[in-house]
Structures are given as C-alpha cells and as structure tokens.
Design a binder for this molecule. Sequence first.
Ligand code: GLU
Length: 292
Amino acid sequence: MRYKRVAAVAAAATLTLGLSACGGDSDDAGTGAGNKDFAAGSTMERLNTAQKIKVGTKFDQPGFGQKGLSGKPEGFDVEIAKLIVKELGIPEDKIEYVETPSKVREDVIVNGTVDLVAATYTINDKRKERIAFAGPYYEAGQNIMVRKDEAAITGPDSFSDGTKKVCSVTGSTPAEEIKKYVKDVATQLVLFDTYDKCRDALKGKQVDAVTTDNVILLGYIAKDEASFKMAGDNFTKEPYGIGVKKEDTDFRDFINDTLDKAFEDGSWKKAWDETAGKFGATLGDPPAVNRY
Ligand code: GLU
C-alpha cells in the first residue's frame, strides 16, 4: 500500500516535470502530485495534477457564500464546491476563492479566471450561450424583502403604481424580471453590484424593497429579523447550477456525477442542513441533473 502510494506520487511528479518541460503553467510546476486517474488532457486531470483550484463564489450572501471571521467564504454553494473539489482529489485548503458578483460570472468562466462558479447561479438559456451548467443542485425562487414596518408592498404587483423603489443586482435574473412589474425602470429600479449594498440601502430607507432569490433574502432576514421581512410568495423558479466552460462537457459530466453521488450519500443534505438550511428555506427532494 505504502509502496503503491510512493510510486503514484513519483509517477505524478514525473508527469508534472514532463508537463513543465512542455511549457505547462510554470505556476503549477513543483506543486503537482496527481493522486487520481482522470482522462489525459481533461480538466479533472489538469486540476488533480496541479493540486489546486479556483472557485468563484459570492462573499456577501449568508447561507450560500459569505466571508466571515475565518477569512474564507462559508455557505451551501461553498460546501457544494468542496464536494466537487474533494472528488477531484484536491485538499480543501488548496481552494482559492474568488469573489464573483452576479455580473462577472460568465466573464470569469470564459476568461479562465476561475475553474468553476458556484454562486446562486440560475441556469438559463441566455447564459448557456457563453458557458455551460452542471446541475441543478437546488431550486430557489425570486421574492421581495422589505422593512419590518412596510405594509404597502405585498408582492411584485405593488410596484405598478410607480411610487416604490426596489433594489437588485446588475447581471442577475431578478433585476431583469422585476422590470416587468415596475411602472418606471429609471426611477424605481436601483442596481448595485452586490446584494449587501441593497440590504444596506433598504435599511437606510434609500429604497423600499430588495428583490432576489428567496434564499438570499432569508439569509439577510435571519441576520437581522428586527429590520426585515419577506413580502409575499416566490414568483419565479431559479434552478442553481455550477458554471463551467461551455465546451467542457467532460468536466460538466464529472460535476453532474458528483452531484448525483452527493444526493445519494447524504452529503448534499448535510451541506444544506449546516448552512442555508438554518435560515428557514426548504431543501426538498434532490433535483434531476440536466445532462444536456
Ligand atoms: N439566481 C439569480 C441569478 O443567478 C439571482 C441571484 C444572484 O444574482 O446570484 O441571477
């Protein structure tokens, strides 16, 4: 057993040297110690050999991806990413987290700034023109958060009289959807790059509501129940996927296999229970991954 491990490490070291000699990413040289068998030339092999990975996620969303005292983001998206990283044979402490606000998600995947994005990322056809999605691994729905004393906003239709201001995030699906309900986009819709800015604007009374996925809002409410509440029911379906490069079908399949395994062996539910599950949202049954 011990001999085998040493032999495997030696073989991986040889492979790494071979790669560097061929002009591979010099940053990876010397750290290589592949410990799993993946198809030659695959993203899985590249990452396993490098023994490190860049994960794009949110830093401001309690329960999904929020940077806390540990200095690393914590939440359901982060836990899902960790399950994938583990399956790649890479230690958790070799994950480099890159803050990935809604608007830049496709860009960082296309540019290769990150290896995958796990960031409350709704699967849709428009995004699929530039990137690909594994999953879904959860289904959220758009909702509205208001101040605790708000009585006039009860759902998206409450914006039709043109008086109430609603905040959302540039490049998000809720920011697009709410345009169908407001009377005047220019005066009623306020856009920031991250949701914590919307939350602060709501608390400071610069806006009357924040709209995005229910689970993101539930995280903010859980952290400040004295200030905020939900207004009404979900009015869209937001299936969350893992974003990868459009052409990387093997990596997408690998992530889908990993998600299916996590649905089966309880690690998906455990990840939820320890994170967003604490904030009152329901997990439901595992969604069927879409292997398109
Ligand atoms: N799930 C929605 C989206 O992907 C909203 C949440 C977010 O902006 O991350 O646009």
